[in-house]
Design a protein around this ligand. Structure first.
Ligand SMILES: [Zn+2]
Length: 188
């Protein structure tokens, strides 16, 4: 196959040189207004060409690589008992990019809880102002277990509204959310 980035022949969809060039995760934490801490590994611009594959068939492989590279920076202290809940892991395009992230955290001891937190409203926020996002909440529905500790998983954080809304729904459902984990933060 060819590397998605440099088009050279490679055994992986992102070759070793491109991983070294573009995928050097730097963990950083942003605190949202509600106090939720969001851990990110990249600035959005740094990995945009990879993130844009999410609606393409090979995005599944790209996202697995992004998750593997990013989560290498997490320490190996087993997070026994902490659940990893992907935000709106709806597999409409054949797979869910947020479920890939949650499943990858299994290697760090987390317990992935997929298919539990879905948005009723999937209107696109792309290019919309903050006011539009506020007027059109995601209206999440959570049908997972209560009385658990969890981290929230998403690929990108922009305004943080989606994560804050998901956080609120989980809180009311009896889930203690420790933090959110995303690949990229648009704000850094
Ligand atoms: Zn390459």
């Amino acid at each position: 196959m060819r590397c998605h980035s440099c088009r050279r022949f490679s055994l992986s969809l992102i070759c070793r040189s491109c991983r070294e060039l573009y995928l050097n995760p730097e963990p950083r934490i942003r605190k949202l207004a509600t106090g939720l801490a969001v851990l990110s590994f990249y600035g959005y611009d740094e990995i945009e060409p990879f993130l844009l594959t999410k609606h393409l068939p090979h995005g599944w492989f790209i996202y697995r690589i992004l998750a593997a590279e990013a989560f290498k920076t997490l320490n190996n202290k087993r997070e026994e008992g902490v659940c990893a809940i992907p935000v709106d892991d709806n597999a409409s395009g054949g797979y869910s990019h947020t479920a890939i992230l949650a499943n990858r955290l299994r290697y760090k001891g987390y317990h992935p809880l997929v298919g539990m937190l879905h948005a009723r409203n999937r209107i696109s926020y792309a290019g919309q102002p903050l006011a539009f996002r506020l007027q059109n909440p995601r209206e999440f529905n959570y049908r997972g277990p209560d009385n658990i500790e969890a981290v929230l998983l998403d690929d990108i954080v922009t305004s943080g509204l989606t994560l804050q809304e998901a956080h609120g729904v989980l809180l009311r459902a009896g889930v203690t959310v420790r933090s959110a984990i995303v690949l990229a933060d648009v704000d850094r």
